[in-house]
Design a protein. Structure first.
Length: 126
């Protein structure tokens, strides 16, 4: 039995003998999030969490309502079709995300447009 070559990466590397290159972006040290100091790092963390939570909530709406999402995009009435789910998710977002972050930006609405409305704010019907 040949020895396992651990210098290769990825799940298929050992069986195929091919090296897999990571596509994960790693910024140089001192750049990006790691370069922020004190309060700036905490502020960035709160905004990142808000963005991720909004993305999760809206993605779940889309996942469990694929037919309604498709029809809502066509008829430009997504909010009316998904009002109950959107309002419930918005309430969860408002309860979990600090007020200072919610006042600074509206990640929840941004994700509604990006994920549910496929980039077309008019599809929301607001």
């Amino acid at each position: 039995m040949p020895a396992l070559d651990l210098s290769k990466s990825g799940p298929m590397a050992a069986s195929t003998g091919e090296e897999r290159v990571s596509t994960q972006y790693v910024p140089p040290s001192g750049v990006g999030r790691g370069g922020a100091v004190g309060g700036a790092a905490e502020g960035t963390k709160k905004h990142d969490e808000a963005r991720r939570f909004a993305r999760l909530l809206v993605s779940e709406i889309k996942l469990y309502n694929e037919g309604k999402v498709e029809q809502g995009r066509k008829n430009k009435d997504l909010y009316e079709r998904l009002k109950e789910d959107i309002d419930r998710s918005r309430q969860m977002y408002d309860e979990r995300i600090p007020e200072d972050v919610r006042k600074a930006t509206n990640y929840f609405y941004d994700e509604l447009v990006r994920i549910l409305a496929d980039g077309d704010a008019g599809s929301l019907g607001l």
